[in-house]
Design a protein. Structure first.
Length: 364
């Protein structure tokens, strides 16, 4: 078991913001969520997946929804905010329901804000964080999870709003139904709720997750930090360290985006700069970047990771940029489980309505 200090946790969140592929929540929110822990000099235990006892329970807390960049909707004015984070409230609610103490916390995806939910919950509850993840990136839907691919039930699951309302969902027909229910609660709660799900024992958890995912994020965050400190190109440093590729360098010319059914849907249009002058790029997103097109032709698709770095070396998330923002678009390799038949059925292009086969970017 490792003990993570402030810098380790900051590196993790920066790495997760890169791996968030435009989603996973704003990095600024994640850092703000952790600031009180940083100020108090608190540390966090990071547990190797194999250290998890077979009969101890794990909970996976996170935020779910599509928060607006402009702040809370005025229709919720006057509602008192809860004193604890929704994901922590959701964890406590489901722990009470099962009548067993939670032994460790797991992340639900790698994202600048959502992974901070797991770090924050682990410190608040005095529990270790598992060095593993069920996505290896950020993903838009609850069933986009290695738990789903492995057939691990999502219930029981706790759901809590930022106003303190708590619900325990005892059973659902399947993960798609869980997605619909949680999204409906989020839509009624300013498009954001806290969730704690996949409450299960170590012998199940250890067979279901992508190991060393938190360490992977921390390594990317460290590469980013050291590249900035030395004045080197952040995107180049990351792709060199993690076998990625620069896809495009460009300036945002348009970003039509709408929130519906609890998701952000949008397209990012770029005009090329530097070596990509006179070229065009488009990214289609559903919370996360899913499809990328170069000069009108498909370039890269999920489950490969389409990541965005701004001209200052900062990871970008949607919709937290504007017309004129300059970025480097990079791609990192997908975790192997998403390349399987079962993984692609869950998280390949066809799931999102695109009638094409997935081809790994490094095999073209």
């Amino acid at each position: 078991m490792k003990e993570l200090n402030k810098q380790d946790m900051i590196d993790i969140l920066y790495g997760c913001a890169v791996l968030g592929t435009g989603g996973g929540g704003p990095l600024t929110e994640g850092l703000e969520k952790m600031q009180k822990h940083f100020d108090a000099g608190e540390t966090l235990k990071l547990m190797d997946l194999e250290e998890l006892p077979d009969d101890e329970y794990v909970a996976t807390p996170y935020g779910c929804g599509a928060p607006s960049a402009s702040g809370m909707n005025s229709e919720f004015d006057g509602l008192e905010l809860a004193s604890e984070e929704p994901a922590v409230l959701a964890t406590k609610a489901v722990e009470k329901y099962i009548g067993k103490e939670i032994y460790a916390i797991g992340s639900t995806e790698l994202g600048g804000s959502n992974t901070a939910e797991a770090l924050h919950a682990a410190i608040e509850l005095g529990l270790p964080l598992i060095d593993a993840d069920p996505a290896g990136r950020s993903v838009p839907e609850l069933q986009h999870s290695t738990y789903y691919v492995k057939g691990v039930p999502i219930c029981p699951m706790g759901v809590a709003t930022r106003f303190g309302e708590k619900i325990v969902i005892q059973n659902v027909a399947n993960d798609l139904r869980a997605e619909a229910i949680v999204r409906a609660i989020a839509v009624a709660s300013d498009n954001m709720v806290g969730v704690a799900d996949h409450i299960n024992v170590g012998k199940v958890i250890k067979k279901s997750l992508i190991p060393n995912a938190i360490t992977y994020a921390m390594e990317i965050g460290k590469e980013l930090r050291e590249a900035k400190e030395s004045g080197n190109d952040v995107a180049e440093a990351i792709i060199k360290a993690k076998n990625g590729k620069v896809l495009f360098k460009g300036e945002v010319t348009d970003f039509p985006c709408e929130t519906r059914e609890g998701f952000n849907f949008g397209e990012i249009y770029l005009k090329g700069i530097e070596d990509f002058a006179n070229e065009k790029y488009k990214i289609w997103l559903k919370n996360e970047n899913i499809m990328a097109y170069r000069n009108g032709n498909i370039d890269v698709t999920a489950p490969d990771l389409i990541c965005m770095i701004d001209e200052d070396g900062e990871p970008l998330t949607s919709p937290n940029f504007s017309i004129g923002t300059k970025m480097t678009v990079i791609v990192l390799p997908s975790p192997e489980i998403w390349k399987t038949k079962e993984g692609l059925a869950c998280f390949g292009p066809r799931h999102f309505g695109f009638d094409i086969d997935y081809i790994p970017f490094n095999e073209k």
